[in-house]
Design a protein around this ligand. Structure first.
Ligand code: F6P
Length: 554
């Protein structure tokens, strides 16, 4: 029975115990030795699917490890859980909802029932609505209040209503069409607002208010500020509808804000925010790259959905990544995971992955509310390489923490420049290699002696030059980042996150933890602005409010 109905205690399953025992036998496992003993290791521990090539041979695993991890997946009922996700069962148990981001990329002809109703016709109707808007803007049929074409699109949204679209429109910049520039306004910060609008012309700017709830403070405040900016910049009230559209599941709130009904693009409560870039939330992306490329993005994700459902676990890329993460978090004490894309266009991928992974799996109770019996979601961090090599790779190589890493790198650059891309690619591989090989004390000493250092210096310096090595990493190689492969890549990580949640028995699709901060924010704001006595606050908050009120200007 799928996990969301009778969440298991994963630590009581036989395979979990066998993995714990196996971990003891892996205490002295050496990647150097594993490669030396098995010339076929790379071939055995790599696979390709949906245009992505995964090398997972630099992991602290052998055939038995993989077998036990997949046995655990089977004992945990992973396959029925995958089918429950894809078939629209209420896998989001606390809210009693399905999580059907996969429905957004299904082709015409397939049926997906939610409460007995096929949702696919509506999904494709909205795709048609998007196609119409993109076409009208790209062909200049849609013009601003002074009859000029739209040149800039500003997405006003935060979290899943911004990070996914930003990732995609940045990653697919080489596919940008018609010169429509995409901008993202997320935070409730006048500096962000001013810096952006200073570069914009109200006559040619379209604001997309993207908010599933249409109640997010940051988004509503920015939308109001944008409307004031538009009017102050010469925009006329009567043609405001040409410069503001909305994407939301809260239609009435958008109408109350002043968005014309025909300019409201619906989304549904069975699509989580961090999984929504495939919906009309992806409008800025579609405006940037065109609908044909947006549909290619959907196709790539759909191919990964099929792969998730159909591929045997041992040859299932999301399952492999997920179970390797379980191995490190639950049996090696890993607390974080580094994502290191070696590609300028993927530089913000980790921002999306942070919300996708940490807002999904940052949970400590099972689907039925019992405390989780084991560690769950990891801290997700990282950034573009080679930059990270000059920032945090020192900790990856010589720090005391055990941090698995995913490297992501394209074979082909859209902007060949001498041998830059060869160096970029070589650095990606060499960082993964250095994590694996490390440098022994003997190697460090030999290196120092070869430089002619006196023995005393050799002994003084050697400890500082030792690199532990044997640190695991995956390398995802993509021939080139195009819409279809990017769709598959993003869906790969969506499914990795889901598989881990299903193994742990937690809900990947709610986010109750963010509610408290929002509630307290209202109180602190009222104390800060004198609408309620600051004395009601704790000593720290009260002191900080006093500090602000004694110095604030403006
Ligand atoms: O962070 C909480 C959250 O609800 C996210 O899950 C969501 O992506 C974001 O805030 C924005 O929510 P909305 O799209 O409703 O404005």
């Amino acid at each position: 029975m799928p996990y969301y109905q009778t969440p298991h205690d994963i630590t009581l399953l036989p395979a979990w115990q066998q993995l714990a025992e196996h971990r003891q036998t892996m205490r002295d496992f050496s990647l150097r030795q594993a490669f030396a003993e098995d010339p076929k290791r790379f071939a055995s521990f790599s696979m390709d699917s949906c245009g992505l090539f995964l090398d997972y041979s630099k992991n602290l695993v052998n055939e038995q490890t993989i077998a036990l991890l997949m046995r655990l997946a089977r004992e945990a009922g992973l396959q029925p859980s995958i089918e429950a996700l894809l078939d629209g069962k209420p896998v989001n148990a606390s809210e009693g909802r399905p999580a059907l981001h996969t429905a957004l990329r299904r082709p015409v002809g397939e049926q997906v029932l939610v409460n007995g109703q096929d949702v696919m016709p509506e999904v494709h109707r909205v795709l048609g609505q998007m196609t119409d808007l993109v076409g009208r803007i790209h062909s200049s049929l849609w013009r601003g209040y002074s009859e000029k074409s739209i040149t800039d699109v500003v997405n006003i949204g935060i979290g899943g209503s911004y990070l996914g679209p930003e990732l995609v429109s940045e990653a697919l910049l080489p596919f940008r069409q018609r010169g429509v520039r995409c901008h993202y306004l997320a935070n409730i910060d006048g500096s962000e607002f001013r810096e952006l609008t200073a570069r914009l012309n109200a006559e040619t700017t379209l604001f997309i208010v993207s908010s599933k709830s249409f109640s997010t403070l940051e988004t509503l405040k920015n939308a109001l500020a944008a409307r004031e900016w538009y009017l102050a910049s010469g925009g006329c009230e009567g043609k405001l509808y040409r410069h503001f559209i909305a994407v939301t599941s809260n239609r009435q709130a958008a109408i109350d804000f002043g968005i014309r009904e025909e300019n409201i693009f619906p989304m549904w409560d069975w699509v989580g925010g961090r999984y929504s870039l495939w919906s009309a939330i992806g409008l800025p992306t579609a405006l940037a790259i065109g609908m044909a490329n947006f549909k290619e993005l959907l196709t790539g994700a759909y191919s990964m959905d099929r792969h998730l459902r159909d591929a045997p676990f041992e040859r299932n890329m999301p399952v492999l990544l997920a179970m390797l993460g379980v191995w490190y978090q639950n049996f090696w004490g890993a607390r974080s995971h580094a994502f290191l894309p070696y590609d300028h266009y993927l530089r913000n991928f980790v921002k999306h992955l942070q919300q996708l992974d940490m807002e999904s799996n940052g949970k400590s109770v099972l689907q039925d509310g019992r405390p989780a019996p084991c560690d769950t979601g990891a801290v997700v961090w990282g950034g573009v390489g080679c930059n990270g090599q000059h920032a945090y790779h020192q900790l990856l190589h010589q720090g005391t923490q055990f941090i698995p890493a995913d490297f992501i790198v394209p074979v082909v650059s859209y902007n060949p420049l001498g041998d830059h891309h060869q160096w970029l690619y070589a650095n990606c591989l060499s960082q993964s290699q250095a994590l694996m090989l490390g440098k022994t004390r003997a190697e460090a000493e030999a290196e120092l002696r070869a430089k002619g250092l006196a023995e005393a210096e050799v002994q003084r310096l050697a400890p500082h030059k030792v690199i532990p090595g044997n640190r695991p990493s995956n390398t995802l190689v993509i021939e080139h980042i195009d819409p279809r492969r990017l769709g598959a890549l993003v869906a790969l990580y969506e499914h990795k996150v889901f598989v881990q949640s299903a193994i742990w028995g937690i809900n990947a699709f709610d986010q109750w933890g963010v509610e408290l901060g929002k509630e307290l924010g209202r109180n602190v704001y009222d104390s800060l602005t004198g609408q309620r006595p600051a004395s009601d606050e704790d000593g720290s908050t009260r002191g900080l409010i006093d500090f602000f009120r004694s110095r604030h200007r403006g």
